[in-house]
Design a protein around this ligand. Structure first.
Ligand code: SAH
Length: 320
């Protein structure tokens, strides 16, 4: 493929919506890529490097994956969209085409170097419905909320409360999560229903890792964990998928990955460097440990993740 038209035809062939495929044809990806990149690569279904300064880099994901994200998020004409991980703005521009004049895209990029380059490129395109900001995606964009969709194009350690709060009723979050315990970043799709945000794993994906608060759960967890007062503390070593452990903890635990809070409020557990560190109510923990050791639980793909906006924590329940 060596032209936007061919990219359009390819996206249509694999079943992408007409309006979405057309948006990919309207935005010239060459404008967002590094100079010297071949058209052959730019207009094909490839990851393209868009920024590289020796320290940080940014990439534009495969168009087919971004198209799937846009569809999963339910983005259409008139939608208000928040993008986390703006990069040099290619995906934001595509989404601006999809939502049209009646809609809005707000895109957040953390790195100032990438942001400056993105701003230059986007200013040439003159999108009246696209706001591009230099900000840690953790905070979202209160000033433009509510959003019908939040699209995250960087692997994050967790879903911050700000996103859940800035989402409209029945709004969707499409997000690759860095669960640490598996080598890829499974993409979860969450839907807001009243005080609940419910989600499931949808695709197997792999992204650049988030910087800033969205990528620093380990440090945050470490601090909180060290500050805990417990009757009992211990560590369990796990040499294989920690996802199983997440499932084990489903019946009783509040937050997904990192800082888990037992429903009875008596214990905490942290998964780090292939170890579970547990602290709290001994009876309860002994049961969890026994279940962990028996390894009889299925993986995260069979779990439903729910976020309770009132109690401000996640729960995971086993399905099927
Ligand atoms: N959507 C972009 C691809 C972005 S790659 C495109 O179409 O080109 C991921 C981007 O996320 C990188 O540019 C990286 O700098 C940015 N990023 C990393 N951590 C972030 C954070 N906490 N908040 C916002 N952006 C972040």
């Amino acid at each position: 493929m060596s032209s936007p038209r061919q990219l359009y035809e390819y996206l249509r062939r694999i079943g992408i919506r007409e309006d979405v495929a057309r948006a990919f044809m309207s935005v010239d990806r060459a404008q967002f890529a590094l100079s010297g990149e071949s058209f052959e690569k730019i207009y094909s279904d490839n990851v393209v490097i868009t920024y590289h300064d020796g320290k940080v880099y940014s990439t534009s994901s495969q168009p087919s994956l971004m198209a799937e994200y846009i569809q999963e998020a339910g983005i259409k004409r008139g939608s208000r969209v928040l993008e986390i991980g703006g990069g040099t703005g290619y995906n934001a521009a595509v989404m601006a085409e999809v939502v049209g004049k009646e809609g809005l895209v707000v895109s957040l990029e953390y790195d100032v170097g990438i942001y400056k380059r993105g701003k230059e490129i986007l200013e040439r395109q003159r999108y009246g419905n696209l706001v591009y900001l230099n900000r840690d995606g953790y905070d979202g964009a209160w000033e433009y909320a509510p959003f019908d969709a939040i699209i995250v194009t960087v692997a994050v350690d967790f879903v911050p409360l700000s996103w859940a709060k800035q989402l409209a009723e029945m709004g969707r979050i499409v997000v690759p999560l860095d669960l640490k315990s598996v080598a890829y970043h499974p993409t979860f799709v969450f839907v807001k229903k009243g005080k609940w945000i419910e989600g499931r794993e949808r695709f197997v994906t792999s992204f650049i890792k988030a910087e800033g608060k969205l990528g620093s759960l380990d440090e945050m967890v470490e601090k909180e964990y060290n500050a805990l007062e417990c009757d009992w503390q211990g560590e369990i070593y796990m040499d294989r998928s920690g996802m199983w452990a997440v499932e084990v903890l489903t019946a009783s635990i509040g937050k997904i990955r990192g800082f888990f809070v037992f429903a009875d409020g008596k214990g905490k557990a942290v998964y780090k460097f292939e170890k579970w560190r547990l602290c709290g109510n001994v009876d309860r923990l002994e049961r969890v440990i026994m279940e962990l050791e028996r390894e009889r639980f299925p993986g995260i793909e069979r779990a439903k993740v729910a976020f309770d906006l009132d109690r401000e924590n996640f729960s995971v329940t086993r399905e099927g």
